[in-house]
Design a binder for this molecule. Sequence first.
Ligand code: ADP
Ligand code: MG
Length: 347
Amino acid sequence: ATMPPLLSAIATAGRHGVLVKSAVAMERLGEIDTAALDKTGTLTEGTPEVTDVSPLPGSGLDADALLALAAAAEHPSEHPLARAVVGAARARGLRIAPATGFAATPGRGVSAVVGGCVVEVGRVEAGGAGAADRMHLVDGVRDLDDRMHGADGMQDAADRRSVVAHGMQDVVDRPSPADGRRNPARSDLGSHPHPHPSAGTTVLVTRDSTPVGTLTLTDRLRPAAPAATAALAALTGTTPVLLTGDNAHAAGRVAEATGITDVRAELFPEDKVNAVRDLQLAGRKVLFVGDGVNDAPALAAAHSGLAMGRAGSDLALETADAVVVRDDLTAVPAVVRLSRTARRLVL
Ligand code: ADP
Ligand code: MG
């Protein structure tokens, strides 16, 4: 007997490195008219590197101590940022202290008890992993902002020396600004939610709710990202949407490199799922491509959810309708095309 077209398409998708979980899932892939893509681990490699380690003045920590503290809290996490922090600490030969009471908040960060203190690593705007005192965080961001821009708003190149995990031999403990210095021009944080000038992701480290420093992590675009995005745009007739928990600056860089114009940054997992739902309420059939635990609700809500398999979280792989097993982003438009061909044969 000849194989039914949808089953045959599943077999072909498998040869292309995409595991499609059912005939229904195969069929729905061809029905989508809009693509929404996660950034970290989907359009980017998902293997970031620590490119800056900055203890805050008064923290009593040097760069190594800050990195070791963050690594202790991140150690139990499988998040790409966590793996990068732990990897950087190991590369520096630092001792990673045992942690207890670990908790991860998807799309926000982690917290754990290290050496009797609650250590949180996470989004600046999210207030660490959630429990840290808001005012402390705002002060911490202001200090960071002053240090990055200088009191006169100029960025001091020597002060901004930052170094990459590859060597990390040169991680500098940057000189502290004059104590208590504040930049009045930038004191209105409300209108400056993204003070960090780097294209990377800056995360805040707090100890017992007090900010002790920041880490910046930088990821690389997947080489296939621009072509895959363009192919999805051509297939759907609309520009894909970028949905990310990362900051607007890092999101903008990836959008620019892939030709995406609809960028939504600093989203929490619930915002990603709402963005998908809103598109679908407007009559669109959305393909969502993601990799993280934070993407699982959006993968479930989308008309079709596709997970990146290599670095993808178990929850994302289980929730998705299909998994890109071979780590190739061009398989995403390819499988949509396969489904359309199969559906034409069925109908
Ligand atoms: P994305 O949507 O870009 O894939 P996530 O939703 O996983 O990213 O994370 C959003 C943001 O939350 C990150 O950019 C980071 O600031 C913070 N974050 C999440 N998990 C962690 C973690 N384990 N350690 C530090 N920061 C984290
Ligand atoms: Mg991701």
